[in-house]
Design a protein around this ligand. Sequence first.
Ligand SMILES: [Zn+2]
Length: 320
Amino acid sequence: MKHIVKLCWRVTSILLMGLTALGSARGADFSDSFTYPMNPYVEGHRYFDEWTDAFGGKYHAAQDCQGRGGDPIYAVANGVVSYSYGEGGEWAMYGYVMTIDHQLLDGSGVYSLYGHLSTRRWKKLEGEMAHKGELIGYLGDDDEDGSLSEWGPHLHFGIRMGKKSDYYDFLVGYYTDHPAFHGWIDPGGFIENNLRSAGFPDLIGEWNSLIQTCKTTSGRTRCKIQGTLNIQNRGDQKSPSFEVGFYLSENEELDDEDTFLSKATIGSIKAGGNKAKKWSYSLPVGDHATGKYVIAVIDEKYVVAESNRSNNLAVYGPLP
Ligand SMILES: [Zn+2]
C-alpha cells in the first residue's frame, strides 16, 4: 500500500531539472528513450515512496523488483556508469551497487540506480558507456546481495534527478522525509512515460486571474478565492494525467510553512496544448488571504517525466 503524503516542496530539487548545458550537441549518447531494467519487470516487495516502520520509520526511495539470483539487469537508457562498487563502497546493505548517469535532450539529466546486484558475476565498471537495454550485471543471490536474506533476490531500482555527483549523501534506500525532497522520482512511472518518447512534455502553469471575495453576515466574515489556472504543455510529447496542488503562502516561495488548500487532477495534455482549470477555495470563517500568495504546484507527485521542471510553480499574489 502506498502512503500518500502531504506534499511539501523544495525548490532546489526542481531547479536541477531546469539547467541547460551550454554548448552540448545532440548525439548518440543522449538518453532519448528508456526501457525497464529487468525482463519481466515485476514490481513488488517494497514500492516507491512506501512508508515502513522499519529503520525507525522511513520512506523507500526506489522500487523493488522481484527476480532470481543471476537474472540479467539492463541499462534503462544510454549513459555512463557513474558508480560501480560492492559492499564497502559508499553504500552498505545493497550488495553490489551501480549507477548510470543519463543526459536528457535539454541538457538536464537523471541517474538510474541498481542495488542488490551480484558481486561474483560479471558487471560493467565505473566510467564505461552503457546503451539502452544493454546488459550491465546480474541480480545477486541471497548470500551476496547485502539485504536480509528472507527478502529474496530483488533489484532496488531508483531514478533520481541530476547526476550521481550532484549528491554528497550516501543514502540509497530510505529517508525520514519524502524521497522527492532528495530528487528521487517514481522509477516505474518514469520508465512507463518514456518507453517510446523521443522528447518530453514540459508543463507550465500561469494564473489568468485570481480574486478574493469576502462577505460578512451576522458579524461573521467568509472569504473565497477563485480564479483560472492555465496549464500549457510546451514540450514535444503528450503528458499523462497529473495532479496540481494549491497552497497559500506568506511569500512567493513554497516551503514547509505554507498551507495546503486543495488538489485537482488534470487529464492528459497533448504536445502544444493547454487546459484551463477553474479553481476556488472557501477559507475558514474569519480567515482571509489578503496580502498572501497562492501557489499552484504542477504535477506535485512527479508522475510526468518533463524536459524542464523548473517552471512548475504558478505563483499569484499578493492578493488584494
Ligand atoms: Zn529496496
